[in-house]
Design a protein around this ligand. Structure first.
Ligand code: FMN
Length: 217
């Protein structure tokens, strides 16, 4: 928005930014996919493989769940929320009227990508580069976020819709047990995806002039 049509050397750059602009949050999703599971798997695998990390520490861990396996994530979330309701931490009517329908809408999608960070693997490098020790955990999360964004954009490029969720720590234990994942994998985000059942909502943009400056042009 508000940009001048630029001259790029490589037409793929224009295509890349078309995909960047087209990526949105889709909440209405169906349990269908316009592409084969192998194509989804390639998107996720190549994102994990090629997204950079600080000092090439490769701290991201990712699990792709499709169909019934995907539904289990949201069954775990519903069960965990029911536990909070039973314990009196969440009002029952809020759960029934708001939270449960939302979780069931995620469950009605086609797949979920779980994004984790393995912070334990950073112990050695924190010792080696003590001056950066407190930076490695945030760097690992930043690298993880890059994978999330790439997978999100690539899935939407292929005709899927997606939304990004954060139900940690509520679902951590259930997820780890269900798929027997290493305890050192710390869950960060859940990317829910499926064939879009509707359009994304309106999106407002704060003035870019307040958010971006250029010098020396
Ligand atoms: C780091 C990050 C965390 C987010 N967490 C959530 C979330 O927990 N639940 C949710 O529904 N949307 C979440 N979103 C989606 C944002 O609300 C959404 O991307 C933003 O409103 C812009 O809309 P768009 O994705 O359609 O461009 C998150 C997005 C980002 C980048």
């Amino acid at each position: 928005m508000g940009s001048i049509a630029p001259q790029f050397n490589n037409p793929a750059t224009t295509t890349l930014f078309e995909l960047v602009k087209a990526r949105r949050t889709y909440y209405g999703l169906k349990a269908e996919s316009p592409i084969a599971d192998d194509a989804i798997e390639a998107i996720v695998r190549d994102s994990v493989l090629h997204v950079p990390s600080s000092f090439n520490t490769q701290t991201s861990r990712v699990v792709l769940l499709l169909k019934e396996e995907h539904q289990k994530v949201w069954d775990i979330a519903i069960q965990a929320m029911e536990g909070l309701v039973a314990a009196g931490h969440v009002p029952k009517d809020m759960f029934e009227n708001h939270t449960k329908p939302k979780l069931n809408a995620f469950r009605a999608a086609y797949g979920t990508v779980l994004f984790f960070v393995d912070y334990d693997t950073l112990a050695g490098i924190k010792e080696k580069f003590a001056i950066y020790a407190d930076k490695f955990d945030p760097f690992a999360l930043e690298s993880n976020a890059m994978s999330q964004y790439l997978v999100w954009t690539a899935l939407e490029s292929e005709g899927l819709g997606a939304n990004l969720q954060h139900y940690s720590p509520l679902i951590d234990e259930g997820i780890q047990k269900q798929w027997n994942l290493p305890a050192s994998w710390k869950l960060d985000a859940q990317l829910v995806f499926g064939a879009p059942a509707g359009e994304p909502g309106e999106k407002e943009f704060a003035p870019i002039e307040d958010r971006f400056k250029v010098f020396g042009k």
